[in-house]
Design a protein around this ligand. Structure first.
Ligand code: F6P
Length: 325
C-alpha cells in the first residue's frame, strides 16, 4: 500500500483571543505529529506570518496548555494582510517554508484571510474561535462557554451586593455586534431584562415597567444585562434610576470575559475541531472551516460558511422575557 504523503502544516491564531484556543492548537499539533506530519506554530497570526515568525513544534511544545486561557501562539489583527499585496506575500512565505496547509484559529475575519490564502494555493482550514459565538456556520465557537461562565460568575456576585442594597445592577457584556453572550448570561442569572442588538426594545416598556411591576410582588433588587452592541449603557443606568427611583450601578465586564481557564466543553470541542482540521488537510482539502452542527463536528466550504447568518436563540429569548420577573 502506498504510504500517504507527509505534510508540513502551519497553525496560527488570529483576531481576538478566546479561551480554548490553546486546546485547539494542542489538538492540531498532536494530531499532525501522531499522523507523522511536521507542524509549525506561527506567532502573532497573519501579522507574524508576514514577518516569517514561526517555529517547528514537537509533542512537548504543547504540554500543559489544554486548559490555559489566551494563546501560546499570540494573536494579532493584521492591516497588511487585508491588502492583496500582503496576502500574496504571505502565500509566498508559506511556499518558501514548504507549508502544505494552514490551520487558522479565529473568527470570521480570520476565515476571510484563510479564504484568500486558499485562493492563492495554500489550503487553509478555519477553526471558529470567538467569545461572541457570532459565526453563522457553527452552533458553537471556542471561547463562548468560558466567557459565559465568567460573565455568570461575575453577575452572581453583583446580585449579592445589589440584593443587600436594594439596587439595580446594569451589566454590560461583550459580544461586539452580537447578543448571544448577553442573552445566555441574562437567562442564566435571572436578569429582569436582557437587551441585545438583534431585537428592538423600549426602555420604559421592557425595563422600567417590568421593574415597577416586580416591585409590587416584593422584589427590590434587579439585574439588567446589556450587550455592548446596544451601546449607551451609562445613559440607560441613569434613566432607569430616574424612572424607577431604584439606585442603579453600571458594571462593564470588559476583557475579563476573554481570559481564564477554558471550560471542559471548550476543551472537548477544540480537540475535536483541531483533529478534524488536520484530517481535512491530509485528505487534500482546503478552503474549508470546521464547526458544530447538531452537536457533531462537521466541515463546510469557507465561501458558503461566510454567507451564513446566525440569529439569536428564539426560544431562549422568549423564555428570558417570560420567566425573569
Ligand atoms: O470579538 C471578541 C471581542 O472580545 C468582542 O466581544 C469585543 O467587542 C472585541 O473583541 C474587543 O476587541 P479588542 O480586544 O480589540 O478590544
Amino acid at each position: 500500500m502506498a504510504e500517504s504523503k507527509k505534510l508540513t502544516i502551519g497553525v496560527l491564531s488570529s483576531g481576538g483571543d478566546a479561551p480554548g484556543m490553546n486546546a485547539a492548537i494542542r489538538a492540531v499539533v498532536r494530531t499532525a505529529l501522531f499522523k507523522g506530519h511536521r507542524v509549525y506554530g506561527i506567532y502573532h497570526g497573519f501579522e507574524g506570518l508576514l514577518a516569517d515568525r514561526m517555529e517547528e513544534m514537537d509533542e512537548r511544545s504543547v504540554s500543559n496548555i489544554i486548559g490555559h486561557g489566551g494563546t501560546i501562539l499570540y494573536t494579532a489583527r493584521s492591516k497588511e494582510f487585508t491588502t492583496e499585496e500582503g496576502q500574496k506575500k504571505a502565500a509566498e512565505i508559506c511556499k518558501k517554508r514548504g507549508l502544505d496547509g494552514l490551520v487558522v484559529i479565529g473568527g470570521d475575519g480570520s476565515f476571510r484571510g484563510a479564504q484568500k490564502l486558499s485562493a492563492l494555493g495554500i489550503p487553509c482550514i478555519g477553526i471558529p474561535a470567538t467569545i461572541d459565538n457570532d459565526i453563522g456556520s457553527t452552533e458553537y465557537t471556542i471561547g463562548f462557554d468560558t466567557a459565559l461562565n465568567t460573565a455568570v460568575e461575575s453577575i452572581d456576585k453583583l446580585r449579592d451586593t445589589s440584593q443587600s442594597h436594594d439596587r439595580c445592577s446594569v451589566v454590560e457584556v461583550m459580544g461586539r455586534h452580537a447578543g448571544h453572550l448577553a442573552l445566555y448570561a441574562g437567562l442564566a442569572t435571572g436578569a429582569i431584562a436582557t437587551l441585545i442588538p438583534e431585537r428592538e426594545f423600549n426602555l420604559d416598556r421592557d425595563v422600567v415597567d417590568r421593574m415597577k411591576a416586580t416591585m409590587t410582588t416584593g422584589k427590590h433588587h434587579f439585574i439588567v444585562v446589556v450587550a455592548e452592541g446596544v451601546g449607551n449603557s451609562k445613559d440607560m443606568c441613569y434613566y432607569i434610576e430616574q424612572r424607577t427611583g431604584v439606585e442603579t450601578r453600571l458594571t462593564v465586564l470588559g476583557h475579563v470575559q476573554r481570559g481564564g481557564n477554558a471550560t471542559a466543553m471548550e476543551r472537548v470541542y477544540a480537540s475535536g475541531m483541531g483533529y478534524r482540521a488536520v484530517e481535512l488537510l491530509e485528505s487534500g482539502k482546503g478552503n474549508r472551516v470546521v464547526g458544530v452542527r447538531e452537536n457533531h463536528i462537521y466541515d463546510i466550504d469557507i465561501e458558503e460558511a461566510l454567507t451564513m447568518k446566525k440569529d439569536i436563540n428564539r426560544l431562549y429569548y422568549q423564555v428570558a422575557k417570560e420567566i425573569s420577573i
